[in-house]
Design a protein around this ligand. Sequence first.
Ligand code: GRF
Length: 196
Amino acid sequence: MTKRVAILISGGGSNMIRLVESMTGDHPATCVLVASNDPAAAGLQRAAAMGIPTAAVDHRAFKGDRPAFEAALQAELDKAAPDILCLAGFMRVLTAGFVQQWEGRMLNIHPSLLPKYKGLHTHARALEAGDAEAGCSVHLVTPALDDGPILGQARVPVQPGDTEADLAARVLKQEHRLYPLVLERFARGDLTPVFL
Ligand code: GRF
């Protein structure tokens, strides 16, 4: 039974694009919706250009009322009836209430080797710490931020003189490899972590 996937984005959606492009042939999943908290997110146009239904729920309209924003988002999700949610560059913190509805069926990609550097500015923090390597993680989403079981990780070297932008670009390339591999395995019901 082909799994229905909804992807949540906030910006350009480069991870979303790779995920959509990966769901072809005998892939066990298909993308049924790309949704964003920002109506101006460039990823929405890119998804539409690939023939994927899109939705936007502007979080600013809810003036900090997270549950109300999430109820509006959930209404859009209900229309698409996804089995799996993929957060891909989605920059809103979700409440425990929302997460619990999707726990076990919601994935996120985070640009660090979790459990290191939960939260923001991951590359700056890795550089600041003088780490020899960095990377990205795909994990199941739980109510605690960036804290769920790891489904995959990809490592990259930190090079001397790296700027934050250098490292972000190197990690993003690996995100684009890792997330599709993890989703394909997850959609088959295989939780064995992928390590690149
Ligand atoms: C990137 O910084 C990536 O590391 C993180 O979200 C940001 C935007 O990703 N996952 P995308 O291009 O919108 O997928």
